[in-house]
Design a protein around this ligand. Sequence first.
Ligand SMILES: *[C@@H]1O[C@H](CO)[C@@H](O)[C@H](O)[C@H]1NC(C)=O
Ligand SMILES: *[C@@H]1O[C@H](CO)[C@@H](O)[C@H](O)[C@H]1NC(C)=O
Ligand SMILES: *[C@@H]1O[C@H](CO)[C@@H](O)[C@H](O)[C@H]1NC(C)=O
Ligand SMILES: *[C@@H]1O[C@H](CO)[C@@H](O)[C@H](O)[C@H]1NC(C)=O
Ligand SMILES: [Zn+2]
Length: 469
Amino acid sequence: MKYLFLIFLMNLLHQYAGKSLRRDGSSLKSFEDIKNEIAGYTNIAKAIIDLAVHGKAQNRSYERLAVFTDTIGPRLSGSKNLEAAIKYMFSALQEDRLENVHLEPVKVPHWERGEEFAVMLEPRNHSIAILGLGNSIATPPEGITAEVIVVASFDELHKRAQEAKGKIVVYNEPFINYGETVQYRLQGAVEAAKVGAVASLIRSIASFSIHSPHTGEQSYQPDVPQIPTACISVEDAEMMSRMSLRGTKIVVHLRMGAKTYPDSLSFNTVAEIVGSKYPEQVVLVSGHLDSWDVGQGAMDDGGGAFISWEALSLIKDLGLRPKRTLRLVLWTGEEQGGVGAKQYYQLHKENISNFDIVMESDEGTFKPSGLGFAGSAEARDIVREIMTLLQPINVTAVYNTADGTDIAFWMRDGVPGASLQDDINKYFWFHHSQGDTMTVQDPNQMNLCAAVWAVVSYVIADMEDMLPR
Ligand SMILES: *[C@@H]1O[C@H](CO)[C@@H](O)[C@H](O)[C@H]1NC(C)=O
Ligand SMILES: *[C@@H]1O[C@H](CO)[C@@H](O)[C@H](O)[C@H]1NC(C)=O
Ligand SMILES: *[C@@H]1O[C@H](CO)[C@@H](O)[C@H](O)[C@H]1NC(C)=O
Ligand SMILES: *[C@@H]1O[C@H](CO)[C@@H](O)[C@H](O)[C@H]1NC(C)=O
Ligand SMILES: [Zn+2]
């Protein structure tokens, strides 16, 4: 409350800044005018930061996320848990007195892993930890028992294609970076099936491991036989690689009970602070509510979803109402192909000219370092200026690209996009594994992330002009 007077004052000052600009484009605002306009938000930014980091909202996004993930658990597309999560958020956003809280229906994939189990039979009995990959078919009920061929790359698989027939392909690809290495998870089964393999096991896409498998999406191709596929721990992949380099014969028994059901009804969850002057124009902040079916989905993407909610809560608590509508979208079906986001885009793209910026946080909510931004050079200069408002917490960097499956369609069509950049050093330790729990989240770090998200989204939503494209 003590901020209100300050904010009132700042708003007053703000009215008198940047008057030279007309929205009809008849006279171009100089960058100096824009800089002044942004500088006018210094005290509002401080108020947001104070509230999030030191004030009454300290730890709120963390505490909310803890209750949510401990209550609901992981939230796979098509699962009862995801349904419960959406109901939970629908009520929570209403209780938070946000506006236009509603659900937008989406059909999402419904795959269940069922029981799964793998054991090495030769050269010695050894239980192998596995997680079936999304969309995998089952093995026959009696399982598959076959000799293993270990390869380090698709190249090696292609060179040794003759040896792969009838075998289980084990990929022991080194972790280079997520984007590159994840190709083994996405296409490993297809490539193995092309050379006649009966199943494939993929070394988890993880930068560090304590014997945990990391699941994720994979897809089959038309005209290529579908074979069961799972991930294994880095440790087991490396051991089988060592064994095979010594010329040791390896035999594995694999049993998977996965099932794919008809698509199921789900929802994107939406809430707003309606704009005071240009309510039809939208600044979108987002994270995805679905997760894999292991751990708690606290990091991927509970953190991103909850700092996005927090951004609206902070702005509302300060009694602020930006000129444009600030819209929170909690996507469904991200993990299995960005299904919710795709439908949202198709439904709302008719209004694309009113989308000012699309923002998603889906790469962790660890210590933030800045903002990933995609857009024109002109828009980037403005965003750089906005980021100077975050000097009090030293999070001012602007990076060259923005990432986010759920905002990709809009960015492709030229809408400016932003993603939160944070310290992802440990992100792939936990990603898509049993290790993705509240234990890896940190309240102080989430406070900082929420402050960045709220300042950036508020200022962009409140500036007199939309970002140039
Ligand atoms: C927020 O979390 C930090 C770190 O756990 C703790 O020291 C602090 O007391 C918490 N603040 C509140 C208001 O709970
Ligand atoms: C290995 O496991 C199989 C089946 O689980 C069992 O029949 C066999 O006795 C075990 N071999 C050794 C050496 O323990
Ligand atoms: C597009 O924007 C108009 C004006 O704000 C609104 O009435 C309409 O519902 C929007 N359409 C969609 C599909 O969101
Ligand atoms: C601010 O952040 C930069 C870049 O992340 C870092 O190098 C610098 O040490 C930080 N400064 C302070 C005072 O924390
Ligand atoms: Zn994610």
